[in-house]
Design a protein around this ligand. Sequence first.
Ligand SMILES: C[S@@+](CC[C@H](N)C(=O)[O-])C[C@H]1O[C@@H](n2cnc3c(N)ncnc32)[C@H](O)[C@@H]1O
Length: 281
Amino acid sequence: MSATCQSTAGDSCYQLQGDRPNLYEQWWVPAIMGPCAEDLVDTVCLRPGEKLLDVACGTGVVARAAARRGGAQVSVTGTDINEAMIETAQRYVDLDGLPNIRWRVGDAASLPFKTSTFDVVLCQQGLQFMPSRLAALREMARVLVPGGRLVASVWKSGSPFGTALRKSLVDCFGPEALSDWGVSISLGDRHKLRALAKDAGFEGCHVRYDVKIGRHREPEEFICGVIAASSLSGEFASLSAKDREKLVQSIIENLKNYVDDGGLAYPAECHTLTAQTCETG
Ligand SMILES: C[S@@+](CC[C@H](N)C(=O)[O-])C[C@H]1O[C@@H](n2cnc3c(N)ncnc32)[C@H](O)[C@@H]1O
């Protein structure tokens, strides 16, 4: 088993601290969030001179994709409530040599930007984690210029990977250890998502369904990595090597239908909301 199985202690599931933002970037980003970020940026069709905000930017995968795509002609800002995520985002931008990204720690329900600042707001897999989604969408509308574009994605349902992981972790640690794992799919109803955007003042609200594919060449390494990046990292690390191996093998067994010649390949159903603010402001 790889060294990634030695992980830091757990805390709140979706506020990654310590080394976990780095582990999120290391494991989730290449496997699925990175390719999804490219799709999100494709969807918004950036134009030269535009100002873009990535809300709930996490480690900055969408902001980086937008900055790469738009080059010096696009100004990119990323914001997230979690300072540790923003610090990691800054580190990866330095590594990528992408100078045109600014970062601000901030709650989406009270964005730290003036009204009508951005042409585009992107939010990848962030809305469902916010306690006040309507307030966050209202804030996204406020910081957009009249006629500004929003593209936001949320998972529609649990993926086979998430299901296999959850089942084995529940068997090992009990259901209470995973009580908040359902949050990532808590905004899967497209009618609810569309209605929220309309209530927030957006026009032309449209939800598109598609299926992303999560991939990793080494399923065992990937499983250890994502558990290390999760709230159960401490519990996992405290298992004996034999029990960790047993847990990982049980997950692999449940994923045997989700492999191809390149390794793990699992589908993840996604909803992407596109909307715009009123042209007349
Ligand atoms: C699953 S991560 C997605 C991160 C990034 N968008 C990506 O695609 O990798 C969810 C992010 O939402 C952020 N978040 C949760 N509630 C938030 C809030 N109220 N305001 C801003 N960010 C929030 C978390 O800190 C976390 O970084």
